[in-house]
Design a binder for this molecule. Structure first.
Ligand code: DGI
Ligand code: FE
Ligand code: FE
Length: 191
């Protein structure tokens, strides 16, 4: 599958604004991959595809997850914003017959992260936070962390999300916690 195949797949499924976000995430993912010696093609593909189900109706997202045997936890049921990542990976696997496990995981875990993320998973997680059009309060801090290294940026992104969710009294997915502890502890070990 080429990059233009990926563009053609997502274009009819997304608004112009969301499509542009995916193009920007792909561009950022390419830059991050170059800096850490990862596969730039894979990074761009995952960047283009990561939000493929973002604008699908919630009942369609639920249907795709159900069809692929995903049973939602209570936290997941109560947080529809988490669905597009799981539904996206399920859609890519079942409907588009993509078998690349690393790419599927990069899509599946791009919102929460998880313990034991691969380099590609970290790249997409970070690229989604700092893509060119992002302008939320705090984005500059995460961009600065990315200058230090991929792990620093993952930690900064997770710390931002955890604080934000707790502040808003929203449920926090266990994968978000495990990702934070895992990357933080493995980074401390390396220092
Ligand atoms: O799809 P994007 O908008 O590009 O970004 P995303 O997939 O990272 O989604 C961000 C949203 O997901 C944001 O509103 C916070 C929410 N989110 C991330 N982790 C968690 C979460 N929501 C809950 N309830 N729990 C989480 O652990
Ligand atoms: Fe997303
Ligand atoms: Fe995104």
């Amino acid at each position: 599958m080429t990059l233009s195949d990926c563009e053609n797949i997502i274009r009819p499924l997304l608004s112009e604004r969301r499509y542009q976000h995916c193009v920007n995430v792909a561009r950022e993912a390419k830059a991050l991959a170059e800096r850490c010696g990862a596969d730039t093609q894979e990074a761009q593909k995952a960047g283009l595809l990561h939000d493929i189900m973002k604008e699908a109706p919630p009942d369609e997202q639920l249907k795709i997850m159900e069809a692929s045997g995903i049973i939602l936890t209570n936290v997941e049921r109560g947080a529809p914003k988490l669905w597009h990542a799981m539904a996206g990976a399920a859609y890519l696997e079942r409907e588009l017959h993509i078998a690349d496990r690393d790419l599927l995981n990069a899509v599946r875990y791009h919102t929460t992260g998880r313990a034991g993320m691969s380099v590609l998973e970290k790249i997409i997680f970070v690229a989604d936070f700092i893509s060119a059009e992002r302008d939320y309060d705090g984005v500059e801090g995460i961009r600065a962390a990315a200058q230090k290294g991929l792990e620093s940026a993952v930690i900064a992104g997770l710390a931002f999300t955890l604080a934000d969710l707790a502040q808003a009294r929203k449920p926090i997915h266990p994968d978000t916690f495990s990702a934070y502890n895992d990357v933080l502890l493995s980074q401390n070990r390396q220092q």
